[in-house]
Design a protein. Structure first.
Length: 246
């Protein structure tokens, strides 16, 4: 499934993750590239792969083969897992960077994309999920937080400098292993998005996750229930949320 597609008022395009492979089907071929073509996208300014698991990475290969891409960001420490992905980038002469906490990219004059995790010395031994690139998009007064598949070790690490975000892409498909009430209270989102497949074998999202947001009155949008989720903002507030399945 397509993960996160961002389009700025000045037509800058960012892709964060790109779905995976199901049987003989690749979501880059079935979903991601057709989606970009449907929208008339001619080039992609930034591609972010949060971590090298197929359900986040595999669909991006075709994007890199078919589109001009300005910059691709990946976490360090997983060169073997990224071998084929980097071959595509290098064969096409595209730019890439091993991203880390502190990297910042200006998209429009009033839109900033900041990498919040991992720091440069974060141990790869904690696994790909915990080394997911965590990105914050700031558009004037509005912020959106994209968390990859981070789990409790990384959530606890990030707690001291976690701040409020209007939209939270909940970590790891709504997994109970990424559920931390102190972290969620600090983020204090207006909207939560859980990117999760229908009838998945992992039992995502966790019952405790859903009960928490119901108790605190924060709306949750899920791909398995709502299909594609589109969030609109003018930079002052979240103006509208549209879903394919009502």
């Amino acid at each position: 499934m397509l993960r996160n597609y961002i389009k700025t008022p000045n037509d800058r395009v960012v892709l964060i993750d790109g779905g995976g492979v199901s049987g003989s089907h690749n979501y880059g071929d079935l979903v991601v590239v057709p989606f970009l073509k449907h929208l008339g996208v001619k080039n992609v300014d930034v591609v972010i792969n949060t971590h090298p698991h197929d359900d986040h990475l595999a669909g991006l290969n075709l994007v890199l083969k078919q589109y001009p891409v300005g910059l691709t960001l990946i976490p360090a420490g997983f060169e073997e897992e990224y071998e084929g992905f980097l071959d595509i980038i290098e064969n096409r002469g595209l730019n890439y960077s091993y991203s880390k906490e502190g990297q910042s990219i200006g998209l429009d004059s009033d839109i900033q994309l900041n990498i919040l995790h991992p720091p440069g010395d974060y141990p790869a031994s904690l696994g790909a999920n915990n080394n997911s690139l965590v990105a914050e998009l700031i558009y004037n007064d509005v912020s959106l937080l994209f968390t990859g598949d981070i789990e409790m070790e990384t959530i606890n690490h990030m707690l001291p400098y976690t701040t409020q975000s209007h939209v939270l892409k909940f970590p790891h498909h709504g997994s109970s292993y990424s559920f931390n009430t102190e972290y969620l209270a600090k983020v204090d989102p207006e909207i939560v998005v859980i990117q999760v497949g229908e009838n998945n074998s992992f039992g995502h999202p966790g019952k405790n996750v859903l009960e928490y947001f119901e108790d605190v009155g924060i709306p949750v949008y899920r791909n398995d229930l709502h299909g594609a989720i589109t969030i609109y903002s003018t930079g002052k507030k979240i103006n509208k949320v549209e879903t394919v399945i009502k």
